[in-house]
Design a protein around this ligand. Structure first.
Ligand SMILES: [Zn+2]
Length: 247
């Protein structure tokens, strides 16, 4: 069976997913927006800039279809039926779910965003907006480039070491003298330092699995995967195609 999406979180209240190369981020987001109309919801589309600004999405966005936030790399909401999205080539999607305060977050974390601390910023913003405590959060890092493929120059590695001296544990030297970085490991370490106890990362590498994912770094592909998460709307089927068991 061809897999069009990988489920990241699927429980009674929340659904989170990551598409494969069987569709494009653009197509999937358009489909989600059509479905959002049917349930009076919305689809949040941050225009990514590798920064740390996170949009706070409230009820005012309901029923508005595609809601764009310029110059943001993620969003948070506690409104059911609002799907948060980010696009990823090899960058990491970081999903958060707080079942205690019923709030979600999703950010796009490339190396610049990770260096700037975007995952920590999401934990902070969810705390400020919804009272989420780090220990309440389930955080999931989706597929993305892994240590096998994320080669960096010494200057990039140096930036990480300056900010996070412990990042040395996540650097690997190849036989040819080049360096690679484990961005998922660094993100998990940052989350742990924030007090998040339930954080897991997918072991799938978007760069290696060329039959499954698009990759900017390995093949300069311009298409992207779509990461999305939403709180289910009680009494409605929600975003129908996402609930399709054939996915
Ligand atoms: Zn790889």
């Amino acid at each position: 069976m061809t897999v069009t999406e990988l489920k990241i979180i699927d429980d009674r209240q929340v659904f989170a997913s990551f598409t494969t190369r069987q569709t494009t981020a653009y197509e999937r987001r358009e489909a989600l927006a059509r479905e959002a109309e049917g349930i009076g919801g919305a689809v949040v589309w941050p225009h990514l800039v590798h920064g740390t600004d996170i949009a706070v999405v409230g009820e005012e966005s309901q029923g508005k279809g595609l809601v764009v936030f310029e110059d943001h790399d993620g969003a948070v909401t506690d409104v059911p039926g609002i799907a948060l999205t980010v696009t990823c080539g090899d960058c990491l999607p970081v999903y958060a779910w707080d079942p205690v305060h019923r709030a979600i977050g999703l950010v796009h974390a490339g190396w610049r965003g990770i260096l700037a601390g975007i995952a920590a910023e999401m934990v902070y913003v969810m705390g400020r907006e919804y009272g989420s405590r780090p220990e309440d959060l389930q955080v999931r890092i989706g597929p993305g480039i892994d240590a096998c493929c994320f080669e960096v120059k010494e200057d990039c590695y140096g930036l990480f070491l300056d900010k996070y001296p412990w990042a040395e544990d996540y650097m690997y030297r190849r036989p040819d003298g080049s360096f690679t970085l484990d961005l998922k490991g660094i993100n998990l370490e940052i989350l742990t330092l924030c007090g998040v106890e339930d954080a897991l990362a997918s072991e799938r590498c978007t760069c290696c699995e060329e039959d499954v994912f698009y990759s900017w770094r390995s093949r300069k592909e311009k298409d992207r995967m779509l990461a999305y998460i939403y709180i289910k709307v009680e009494g409605t089927p929600g975003f129908k195609s996402a609930e399709d068991p054939s996915l």
